[in-house]
Design a protein around this ligand. Structure first.
Ligand code: ZN
Length: 450
């Protein structure tokens, strides 16, 4: 009898689930597979060897075209998944076999409907060993320096070659122009900030600190908001906040990496979701000197426009709009999807409670530098740095700001965010703001030992 009912199709069965969508989010950090369905799904899983694979049995499900789609969604460059096989293992049980490229620690969890999503069954494939982010940054810099040195040697060789040949002497060589250095406006610094600088206040002797600083890598954590399952806000013509945030962050990384002694670390460099706490954790793992979260949100009215910069607040929010924005951003974990069983919330909460007034003070300084620069490129929503309880700004020891570059919900601003030239100017402004902050608040010498 059971098989007969099955032959009529799972869609009409009581308690049977229909697949709404299947999505794969590959990334170096972890690959996520999401199965979205109209009813909640339950699944069991185990790891098997020879070949290494993750086997998942999903209950209450019949094989459907959407599930077969999963096979085609796996990209050749997925760091974890070599391929997926699906089959009807038993009546009402679909077996997914995920062939693996490396050993993994899988996490399976279900998410209740939220935002535009129905029920979601999520498999996160994490690497067995967490990569050393700081080591990767240092190696990346060494590689960049070697490449730069090689480029100089190549250019010099070419130049010498041209000098050797009198016929080419009329062309000016690449070594002719004098090096240009952007000098920080330190005089302005003392005028706008009457208090002692952080270095002077905490170290006393700034001269020894600055000499140590020469060998020290200054690390800026850039945090492109949202990603993966969490698109962030979506503009009237369909531009997604997560894509804008990533594009801005990637360009800003390039600019910051061009500053001698500076290195940018991205909390995500592709389209995948990073839980809010992990963004903070990543910044702390590389002992970042700054944390800049990049967004382009919607507002409750499409007329809202202009950029805003936010810092953390220990007490209440600085305005109702700031509180609204923080609540909205803090929803990212629910939409993006986190495994609440694994997140060690008690440790993180204890840590977050350590948030200090010093961090907020530095964050406000950083915020006003950045706000000042963005104000030259476009309109500002508020002329001062706002404060609210953004979860992503809670690294107790890292000055942290959240930049709403514009309101993607405003058609004019959406068009600007789509425009590469506008984004380039925005990136330039963010970079200048960050450099000015460092010029006025030199980072302390800190042990970078891992
Ligand atoms: Zn956002």
């Amino acid at each position: 009898m059971g098989t007969l009912v099955l032959a009529l199709g799972g869609r009409h069965l009581a308690n049977g689930a229909t697949i709404v969508a299947v999505r794969v989010w590959p990334a170096a950090d972890y690959t996520r597979v999401t199965i979205e369905s109209d009813n909640a799904l339950a699944a069991k899983h185990f790891l098997a060897e020879n070949p290494p694979r993750l086997v998942i049995d999903v209950d209450g499900l019949d094989l459907s075209p959407q599930l077969r789609d999963l096979v085609g969604q796996v990209r050749a460059d997925d760091p974890f998944i070599a391929g997926v096989r699906v089959g009807q293992y038993q009546p009402r049980v679909v077996r997914l076999v995920i062939d693996l490229k490396q050993s993994i620690q899988p996490q399976l969890f279900a998410l209740a409907p939220v935002a535009a999503y129905r029920h979601r069954l999520v498999f996160d494939l994490y690497p067995t060993h967490e990569p050393d982010l700081l080591l990767a940054l240092v190696q990346e810099r060494e590689q960049a320096e070697q490449q730069a040195a090689q480029a100089v040697r190549d250019a010099l060789g070419e130049f010498i070659g041209q000098v050797d040949r009198p016929a080419a002497a009329s062309a000016p060589g690449p070594g002719a122009s004098a090096p240009v250095s952007s000098r920080p406006a330190t005089a302005e610094a003392s005028a706008s900030h009457p208090g002692p600088t952080r270095a002077a206040a905490e170290a006393g002797d700034t001269s020894t600190k600055s000499s140590k600083r020469i060998n020290r890598l200054v690390i800026v954590a850039l945090d492109p908001g949202h990603g993966g399952e969490d698109p962030g806000a979506i503009g009237p013509s369909g531009l997604r906040e997560k894509d804008v945030a990533l594009a801005v962050a990637l360009q800003l990384r390039e600019q910051l990496n061009a500053v001698p002694g500076m290195r940018a670390m991205l909390t995500r460099d592709a389209d995948f979701f990073v839980p809010l706490q992990d963004r903070v954790r990543k910044a702390r793992r590389v002992q970042a000197d700054l944390f800049v979260s990049i967004h382009a949100d919607a507002f409750f009215t499409p007329a809202a426009r202009g950029a805003s910069v936010f810092a953390l607040s220990q007490g209440g929010a600085s305005s109702a709009a700031a509180r609204w924005m923080a609540n909205r951003e803090n929803l990212a974990d629910a939409v993006g999807g986190i495994n609440v069983k694994v997140k060690d919330t008690s440790v993180m909460h204890a840590l977050l409670d350590m948030s200090t007034t010093a961090q907020i003070k530095d964050s406000l300084r950083l915020g006003s530098e950045v706000l000042g620069q963005i104000g030259r490129v476009g309109r500002l929503h508020k002329a001062r740095v706002e404060q609210a309880g953004f979860a992503v700004l809670k690294a107790p020891d890292i000055p942290s700001i959240l930049v709403e570059t514009a309101f993607i919900s405003n058609p004019d601003e959406e068009a600007k965010l789509r425009d590469e030239r506008y984004r380039a100017r925005l990136v330039e402004a963010l970079c200048t703001g960050i450099k000015r902050y460092f010029a006025k608040n030199p980072p302390l010498a800190r042990n970078r030992g891992t």
